[in-house]
Design a protein around this ligand. Structure first.
Ligand code: AP5
Length: 216
């Protein structure tokens, strides 16, 4: 199955993608994670991306498109994949469509997760991530048992640079301007499935699974 998860920053794309990856056995490809990895390693791609990410802007299309084109050519993507954070504007959506045609493949669903802006800000400003294993927490909704330490591996928890309130607001504005038009794009292609992203992570997961199982 080939899926795209759409939704504003903090909608829960990363949280839900981990469940879906296990359930469907297809790789979770997060452009944000790939870019943050490149920034951490200070590769040429990471250096090109860093300034945009810190400001909450989109990284230029050519950088991201090349990264995704390489990733979906890998063997583990032959039977499908779950894209989280790509496409993020109309140009990227059109490029993805052309890439899939060249692989004689197509998307099965585009799942859009809807959450109110105040809730997005609450979620992002409390997010913490494990530096070692990438596990995600929230200081209120899903706190670690031990302060600032990962329950799974004991690694140090950190707050993302772009989770400061001013940068969160910039990211939400970019989403409205650049990414929200993709709803119409995928609606016209009959692929869009929109779900309510409020409530517990388990409740949201059930709604997504209902879409994937064809019962909603
Ligand atoms: P990216 O990493 O993709 O960030 P994002 O889209 O802004 O999404 P987030 O990771 O912030 O949120 P999420 O929806 O995954 O929520 P999560 O599950 O973590 O991109 C970062 C940057 O990279 C971009 O700004 C851009 O610069 C660049 N970039 C990436 N892709 C690009 C592209 N294609 N083109 C150009 N540039 C690109 O959850 C958030 C918090 O809420 C967590 O603490 C979680 O525990 C909590 N939570 C989740 N679900 C619930 C729930 N149901 N109830 C309560 N809390 C919840």
């Amino acid at each position: 199955m080939r899926l795209v998860l759409l939704g504003p920053p903090g909608a829960g794309k990363g949280t839900q993608a981990k469940f879906i990856e296990e359930r469907l056995g297809v790789p979770h490809i997060s452009t944000g994670d790939l870019l943050r990895g490149a920034v951490q390693r200070q590769t040429a791609l990471g250096q090109a991306a860093e300034q945009y990410m810190t400001r909450g802007e989109l990284v230029p299309n050519d950088v991201v498109v090349e990264m995704i084109a390489e990733r979906i050519k890998e063997r583990d993507c032959l039977e499908g994949f779950l894209l989280d954070g790509f496409p993020r504007n109309l140009t990227q959506a059109e490029v993805l469509e052309r890439m899939l045609v060249s692989h004689r493949a197509q998307l099965d669903h585009v799942v859009s997760i809807r959450v109110h802006p105040e809730e997005l800000i609450r979620r992002l400003s409390g997010r913490r991530t494990c530096r070692s294993c990438g596990a995600m927490y929230h200081v209120v909704f899903n706190p670690p048992k031990q302060n600032e330490r990962c329950d799974r591996c004991g690694g140090e928890l950190f707050q993302r640079d772009d989770d400061r309130e001013d940068t969160i607001r910039a990211r939400l504005a970019v989403y409205d301007r650049e990414t929200a038009p993709l709803h119409d794009y995928y609606q016209h292609r009959g692929l869009l499935r929109s779900i309510d992203g409020e409530g517990t992570a388990e409740a949201v997961r059930s709604r997504i699974l209902a879409v994937l199982d064809g019962t909603q």
